[in-house]
Design a protein around this ligand. Structure first.
Ligand code: THU
Length: 133
């Protein structure tokens, strides 16, 4: 499914994901990540990775952004953008892919590299044969 996203919306999503990255709590990995999601209502929600001294309790930026939207009563996700300071593109982990899929079967995932280059993939491409009830 082809989704039409305006360049201006992509720019705003990247800006907000970078803003969220500033709030990342990552004293253990020192790997800040920021994410933003655009919902069908046209609203944008932010998320960052939040780590814990009990490492397994860490939440990724992507899930934090999705849960932020859901907590605000906005459940239909259209685009998710994720940024890090890595020279490679950051791609959502498997757990985040499943969570993204839950709230949008056609989500467009925009991945942003440190130098600003972007890569776009559909969630159905990133998570083929996703589980759903
Ligand atoms: N992390 C994310 O927030 N998103 C990803 O897509 C990959 C990894 C976080 C988890 C952890 O806080 C740090 O990056 C290093 O794995």
């Amino acid at each position: 499914m082809k989704i039409n996203i305006e360049k201006i919306q992509i720019d705003e999503l990247i800006k907000q994901a970078k803003q969220a990255k500033k709030n990342s709590y990552c004293p253990y990995s020192k790997f800040p990540v920021g994410a933003s999601v655009l919902t069908a209502k046209g609203k944008i929600y932010q998320g960052c990775n939040v780590e814990n001294s009990s490492y397994g309790l860490t939440i990724c930026a992507e899930r934090a952004a999705v849960f932020n939207a859901v907590a605000c009563g906005d459940r239909e996700i259209v685009v998710l953008c994720v940024v890090s300071d890595d020279s490679k593109w950051i791609t959502p982990c498997g757990a985040c892919r499943q969570v993204i899929y839950e709230f949008g079967k056609n989500v467009l995932v925009i991945m942003v590299r440190k130098d600003g280059k972007i890569k776009k993939k559909q969630i159905s491409f990133l998570l083929p044969d996703a589980f759903s009830l």
